[in-house]
Design a protein around this ligand. Structure first.
Ligand SMILES: *Cc1c(COP(=O)(O)O)cnc(C)c1O
Length: 422
């Protein structure tokens, strides 16, 4: 039996209608931006394998560090015990985060990092004896993950549809802009007695369609939250580790959040790990002789040493001068491509932040995520050896930073051809 036939017998794939799914492509090897299938076909991973592979596949330096850690200590319970990789990673991450962050709480992925952040905020007010501040403020098109708490603070969409009546009540606001910002800030001050926290994806709403908004309006929102005792959570699961042109998107702000959620690029895309960091103010609210004020949360694999070793290796690469040069180079290439196609009649809108560029296809009226256009585009690019996964009619490039200008040019040309042909 082929791998595809065996897969079909036993596997249920994520975000996939299994009834009529296309055959999955069996990948046997990765190197840099390339993935190779079992027939020797090569694909450019232009979406960093769901936004995680920041330094390219099978990076030898990360492999070496992970392999060494595997031989020393693969795992240990993290309640009552500690280890060097976890402490060192926290010591190195905290000073890199914008503002002042003081503590790191480890978990398993982006969704759990968000769950932990939400629990920290909700219990913060509970521990302070305030039972009124229970409402979470979030953006309408936000995406914060697929577990129930993370789904609750995400926009209601086809993804959440079957569960909508079970999700907790959240106050959704539009992305801030010049016109609505004063309404938004007065909403915050007007409802501060019930608002627990504001969770946001800084500068770019990823799964919501690569929607981008300006730092200065987010800054005003954060300022208003600070003034009105509303805690703030930056979900940098996608934007973290260089994606937006700075190490963290929040570096582009003047006001800084109380909490950060990190995952995806954290381990360089090697494996799953989540981080929720917080400042002293949050942490102190849990210090008490009253055991009920403890944060009773933890996962079996909290602070897994292998994941910590991968993250430490990924940080070494991230902080190397070449990486920042690569990030700036990708950004500059995107800017040139932007100018080349912005006036194309099939381009409804085009937007770019850092290493991400997103093009909204002009479709006439039908813009739904489920329209046939998405599949046509997906297959068109696969046929050209490029992995791009459009979000409905929005196609975006979110590449590993090591992608060459030659490969970028090939992707740009293919998009230009698609614009003419599809
Ligand atoms: C992907 C993503 C998550 C969820 O992370 P998982 O590791 O897939 O659970 C949360 N927030 C944002 C902004 C994301 O892009």
């Amino acid at each position: 039996m082929s791998l595809i036939e065996r897969d079909k017998k036993v596997i249920w794939h994520p975000y996939t209608q299994m009834k009529d799914a296309q055959n999955p492509i069996p990948i046997v090897r990765g190197e840099g931006v390339y993935l190779y299938d079992e027939n020797g076909n090569k694909y450019i991973d232009a979406v960093s394998s769901w936004w995680v592979t920041i330094h390219g596949h099978a990076h030898p330096y990360i492999a070496e560090k992970v392999s060494a850690q595997l031989k020393e200590l693969e795992h240990v319970i993290f309640a009552g015990f500690t280890h060097e990789p976890a402490v060192l990673l926290a010591e190195r991450l905290l000073p890199l985060l914008p503002g002042k962050q003081d503590k790191i709480f480890y978990s398993d992925n982006g969704s759990t990092a968000v769950e932990v952040a939400l629990k920290m905020c909700l219990q913060y007010w509970n521990n302070k004896g305030n039972t009124q501040k229970k409402k979470v403020l979030a953006f309408k098109d936000a995406y914060h993950g697929d577990t129930f708490g993370a789904m609750s603070v995400s926009g209601r969409s086809i993804f959440t549809n079957p569960f909508n009546d079970l999700l907790f009540d959240v106050e959704f606001i539009d992305l801030p802009n010049e016109t609505n910002i004063s309404n938004l800030t007065s909403h915050v001050s007007g409802h501060s007695s019930e608002l627990c926290c504001f969770i946001f994806e800084p500068l770019i709403l990823g799964a919501g369609g690569m929607l981008m908004y300006e730092a200065k309006y987010l800054d005003e929102l954060l300022k208003s939250c600070k003034e009105n005792e509303v805690l703030t959570i930056a979900d940098e699961v996608m934007t973290g580790f260089g994606r937006t042109g700075t190490y963290f998107a929040c570096e582009q702000l003047k006001h800084h959040p109380d909490i950060f959620c990190l995952s995806k690029g954290l381990t360089g895309g090697t494996m799953s790990m989540g981080v929720t960091s917080c400042n002293e103010k949050i942490f102190e609210a849990f210090l008490s002789d009253d055991k009920l004020k403890t944060l009773y949360h933890g996962h079996s694999f909290t602070a897994n040493p292998i994941a910590c070793a991968a993250s430490l290796a990924s940080l070494d690469i991230l902080l190397a001068k070449e990486t920042l040069t690569n990030i700036k180079r990708v950004e500059a290439q995107h800017k040139i491509f932007y100018k080349q196609i912005e006036d194309h009649p099939k381009v409804r809108t085009i937007r770019q932040t850092g290493t991400i560029i997103a093009i909204e296809w002009e479709t006439g009226s039908d813009t739904s995520y489920l329209s046939g256009l998405r599949d046509r585009l997906y297959n068109y690019f696969l046929g050209k050896g490029i992995i791009l996964r459009p979000l409905g009619n929005i196609i975006y490039i979110l590449p590993p930073y090591v992608i060459s200008n030659v490969d970028l040019a090939y992707i740009y040309n293919s998009i230009q051809q698609a614009l003419d042909e599809i």
